[in-house]
Design a protein around this ligand. Structure first.
Ligand code: URA
Length: 210
């Protein structure tokens, strides 16, 4: 499993042919919503398995706090919780004004984080796509000042992400490491990944924005 040692936190990517065929379905324009959900579940299980192989403390800790970024991170939550011992879940919804860095963050149901003790596991941020990285970066900034978040206590998991966004996230002090199923070539000026996802993954699963 390739592990890119940047100046900051490690970035792990998956290279198996099974992941390649899952990524074809992930990016196809005509993947049905159920097929997309199951693709994201399976990719997430593989991302979690890679994290567990890299970091044995994930299997011995009292449980991670899973933080899916709505909407795209929700199917990752279902995939992650089947194999990752979890203690809590915190929902967060992020919206970004197109072509700006203006991210709106809404912590739903609970804020601050549930109380955490020494043997508790990491905070795990889950999002299907990381394009510019502005949203994830902003979430890390918000987590950094919350009680219960310590340096290197956040693991970022994603299905598809731009290298520049990953490198920027890897430099954030709260990030311990990042696991991504596949790296894109880049993010274009419109904030879309190249090769293209052929539509918003959240829209493909849940339908157009409500
Ligand atoms: O390329 C992109 C960017 C954001 N969200 C997606 O689903 N795809």
């Amino acid at each position: 499993m390739p592990l890119r040692q940047t100046q900051g936190a490690p970035i792990l990517t998956l290279t198996t042919s099974e992941v390649s065929s899952l990524m074809e379905r992930f990016c196809a324009p005509d993947t049905s919503n159920w097929d997309m959900q199951s693709t994201v579940f399976t990719l997430t299980e593989k991302v979690v398995a890679a994290a567990q192989a890299h970091d044995s403390s994930l299997n011995t800790c009292r449980g991670a706090t899973l933080i899916p970024v709505l909407r795209g991170g929700l199917p990752m939550l279902v995939g992650a919780q089947s194999t990752l011992p979890a203690k809590a879940c915190v929902l967060v919804r992020c919206t970004k004004l197109k072509a700006t860095q203006d991210v709106r963050v809404e912590w739903l149901v609970r804020r601050p984080l549930p109380p955490r003790e020494d043997e508790d596991g990491p905070l795990v941020l889950l999002d299907t796509v990381i394009a510019t990285g502005d949203t994830m970066h902003r979430l890390c900034d918000e987590l950094e000042v919350m009680p219960g978040c310590t340096p290197s206590s956040v693991i970022v998991m994603s299905c598809y992400a731009a290298p520049a966004a990953l490198q920027r996230l890897a430099m954030h002090p709260v990030v311990k490491y990042i696991v991504v199923a596949r790296e894109a070539e880049r993010c274009d000026d419109d904030g879309c990944l190249v090769p293209s996802t052929n539509g918003d993954i959240g829209d493909k699963i849940y339908g157009a924005r409500f």
